[in-house]
Design a protein around this ligand. Structure first.
Ligand code: SF4
Ligand code: SF4
Length: 327
């Protein structure tokens, strides 16, 4: 009989309470904007269910409203995610405007490197370098088979060529041009130790492809969206949930990304993280779903964080966030 993942045993809130742990916000440090679900790939682990057929992308009007509000805050970082953010028509305007604010913000692009080889996207490397955009790129392995099993045929070689192009522009070498890689497991298991894997990546990428990068971030696969569908098809969802729950690490709580990140959808709606966004678990104020331009950064930290069973994905083992492990 498989465990009932909807039972009290799998309540994230009860797990925190039993250990007298409290999850609350600090000052917002990152505005993470998910500009839409359009992507040229359909990776098996994708928590966004992104793909070439998706039409949900941010409009120019929503970009305007977010930019106006964002400039009035002192949130230091804009983290752009998707989909493939560069496929959104307003991407360049958005990045340039934020970099040209009177107090310019750090901009991160969560890059799917293969986009660089798609027709019409040859501008991406130079544009990112010219605007000193920090790149966080998915690279689930330094061996082609593992990458292509997860992300599709031809993705490994296209990514390698893209990273070589970015290196040639100074990425990984110039302190203003940071290039980080993201590893996530190719199945229902936890990532290995991030620092050791980073060394393996560094050696392999340098030896075989002459590629250099700054850091490797290990991210746990979240049991939602496309990865949850895969687990269900394989009849392994309950086992994966048991794995995550049994690996609960209280030391991760103080570093969870929902504490200092404001996550915003392509429609301008606010969530506690990109996973909650995909699960349609909204950030509420007075019972209403908050919009980005309605946020008062001074009082935002009083709003409760919405949690659920999927949160065990962030607290398992060394923990997981958009910036890698936590503890
Ligand atoms: S994981 Fe990234 S690159 Fe892959 S389909 Fe999702 S958004 Fe696209
Ligand atoms: S899933 Fe989101 S809300 Fe839950 S712990 Fe992770 S970052 Fe926080």
């Amino acid at each position: 009989m498989p465990p009932d993942v909807l039972s009290e045993d799998f309540s994230f809130g009860k797990t925190l309470k039993a250990r007298s742990l409290v999850l609350h916000r600090t000052s917002p440090e990152i505005l993470q904007l998910n500009v839409g679900k359009l992507c040229n790939l359909t990776c098996s682990h994708c928590h966004v269910n992104a793909g070439p057929g998706r039409r949900e992308i941010i409009t120019g009007k929503t970009v305007d409203r977010i930019l106006e509000w964002f400039e009035s805050t002192d949130i230091p970082v804009l983290d752009l995610t998707g989909g493939s953010p560069e496929m959104v028509p307003d991407f360049r305007r958005l990045v340039k405007t934020v970099r040209q604010f009177d107090s310019p913000r750090r901009v991160i692009d969560r890059l799917n490197a293969t986009i660089i080889e798609e027709p019409g996207y040859g501008w991406v490397p130079e544009f990112l370098a010219d605007n000193k955009v920090e790149i966080i790129a998915s690279m689930p392995c330094y061996q082609p088979d593992n990458v292509e099993a997860q992300r599709g045929e031809g993705v490994f070689d296209a990514s390698i060529r893209a990273f070589q192009k970015l290196n040639a522009l100074g990425y990984g070498r110039n302190p203003h041009l940071k290039l980080h890689f993201v590893y996530n497991p190719n199945g229902a298991f936890l990532p290995p130790a991030q620092d050791r894997l980073e060394e393996d990546y560094r050696d392999a990428m340098q030896e075989h492809f002459k590629i250099i990068f700054n850091s490797l971030y290990c991210i746990t696969n979240m049991p939602i969206a496309r990865f949850a569908s895969y687990l269900k098809r394989e009849n392994r969802l309950a086992d994966y949930m048991v794995l995550l729950r049994n690996a609960f690490n209280p030391a991760t709580i103080d570093s969870l990304m929902c504490r200092d990140t404001i996550n915003v959808s392509w429609q301008g709606e606010v969530f506690d993280c990109d996973f909650n966004q995909m699960l349609e678990l909204p950030t509420l104020k007075d019972g209403q779903h908050l919009k980005a331009w309605e946020i008062d950064p001074n009082t935002f930290r009083e709003l409760p964080i919405q949690t659920g069973t999927h949160c065990f994905g962030c607290t398992a083992g060394a923990g997981s966030s958009c910036g890698g492990t936590l503890a």
